[in-house]
Design a protein around this ligand. Structure first.
Ligand SMILES: Cc1ncc(COP(=O)(O)O)c(C=O)c1O
Length: 431
């Protein structure tokens, strides 16, 4: 009798545990994009902390060389963010009040903000009708005698047609002449092309890794990016032969450190204290702690990319099979391959409110979705500066029914199915 009741209560316990496991796996929170931090990352950071040198030094310089090799680009400079890195480039090129910079309306605010920082005007370009990238036909119409920079954005990690952007820049002198130009602007003789490659580290363009295709290319290593240093960014310098990319790198490096002629590491070497300040520079260097994280990430980046690709293709498969009216993201075309940074799903026919209702409904199951991006003219600061959303209809369409799904190395196959099915159910309920 006693044995039986014991067995009974044991099996009750087992059922209760099983129930809990099932419930907690159903309700397990799925974040949007947590970083891949493991013992390797922790060991690398700890080694720097123990080394006696924690700011810019050997790790940062080695990371720059690793990045240069990986991307097959010109010289690389790592700084503390994409934002500060590219602002320095705008300043180096002498962009200022009265100048214009062409950039897509559909991007993150950073791309436009740095143009405002230097006093120039962001000239917003609409998106292509069928892709969330800058429409070069619209860009052509907006090129003017004041254009000093063209800044396309690889939204979600899919590369722009860089050759076409370079061709647009090269067409400038056939139509326009700058009224005023700095020495570097005269030396280039056309608008500088800076690719906002914040999302596209690891993408491919015509058989080559992204990094060496336009005058300047800049990646972000912010915490949610494919490859992170917590915060950070890199500039890759590929200017034509009349420039010394090594000299430009050296001068940007000085600008990133108060305009000081020696960095902290060389200054601390015995007897080497004296330095000069040659400009009122910025302070936006990358530290060795951050670079050490980046070096671990880069070492295993192929593994990261393979996993991200698998997740994105699995989402595509599930949504395709759903029979619902989705536009699925494109990750590959004839000569291009994405870095699989974002999975950007569009629910055709859905309004902004219906899209937001899907996100809320899925959030009730502990799943975090996101939206990329609110186009620049939707943001109050830019509205106050006279930008109007109705002038960029394709950018609006790209945004209004867009949902970004979780994509990260540790996302399990069953999580992928759970996210996709939660979205499918929510869409069915709401439409
Ligand atoms: C398209 C785009 N450009 C630029 C940036 C700015 O990068 P960072 O945060 O490294 O300054 C971001 C950041 O998310 C971005 O999404």
């Amino acid at each position: 009798m006693r044995t039986t009741s014991c067995v009974k209560s044991l099996s009750h316990v087992k059922v209760a545990i099983l129930f809990q496991v099932v419930i907690s796996s159903i309700m397990k929170p799925i974040p949007f994009s947590p970083p891949r931090v493991d013992e390797k990352t922790i060991e690398a950071v700890t080694a720097v902390l123990r080394s006696g040198w924690i700011t810019t030094g050997p790790q940062t310089r080695a990371f720059e060389e690793d990045l240069r090799r990986y991307t097959q680009s010109g010289p690389v400079l790592c700084l503390n963010s994409w934002t500060n890195a590219v602002e320095l480039v705008l300043r180096w090129f002498g962009v200022k009040e009265g100048d214009e910079v062409l950039l897509p309306a559909y991007t993150y605010a950073a791309t436009a903000n740095i143009v405002m920082h230097v006093g120039a005007k962001p000239v917003l370009v609409d998106s292509m009708q069928h892709a969330p990238l800058m429409d070069l036909e619209d860009a052509k119409k907006k090129l003017s005698a004041r254009t000093k920079v063209i800044m396309p954005v690889d939204i979600g990690g899919f590369p722009m047609d860089y050759e076409a952007v370079m061709a647009l820049s090269k067409s400038f002198s056939k139509q326009f002449k700058w009224e005023q130009a700095t020495d570097v602007q005269k030396l280039l003789g056309r608008p500088l092309v800076i690719a906002d490659a914040a999302h596209s580290f690891g993408a491919w363009y015509n058989g080559n890794p992204v990094g060496g295709q336009t005058d300047v290319m800049a990646f972000s290593f912010h915490a949610v990016k494919n490859l992170t240093t917590a915060e950070g960014g890199s500039i890759h310098l590929n200017l034509p032969a009349q420039f010394s990319n090594d000299d430009i790198r050296a001068s940007l490096n000085v600008s990133a450190l108060h305009g000081q002629t020696k960095d902290a590491l060389s200054k601390t070497q015995a007897g080497n204290w004296r330095y000069d300040i040659v400009e009122a520079g910025f302070k936006c260097n990358m530290t060795d702690i951050h670079a050490a994280i980046g070096r671990v990430e880069l070492d295993r980046y192929e593994e990261t990319l393979t996993r991200r690709k698998k997740i994105c293709l699995k989402y595509n498969e599930i949504f395709q099979a759903s029979g619902l009216n989705f536009t699925l993201p494109i990750f590959q075309s004839k000569n291009l391959e994405s870095s699989y940074h974002l999975y950007m799903l569009r629910v055709n026919g859905f309004s902004e409110d219906q899209r937001d209702a899907v996100i809320r409904s899925v959030a009730e199951q502990g799943i975090s979705l996101n939206v990329h991006f609110q186009p620049i003219p939707l943001l109050s600061f830019y509205r106050r500066h006279g930008y109007e959303m109705t002038d960029y209809p394709h950018a609006w369409n790209a945004y209004a029914n867009e949902i970004s799904l979780p994509v990260y190395y540790d996302l399990l196959d069953e999580d992928v199915a759970r996210v996709a099915n939660a979205i499918i159910e929510a869409v069915k309920k709401i439409c």
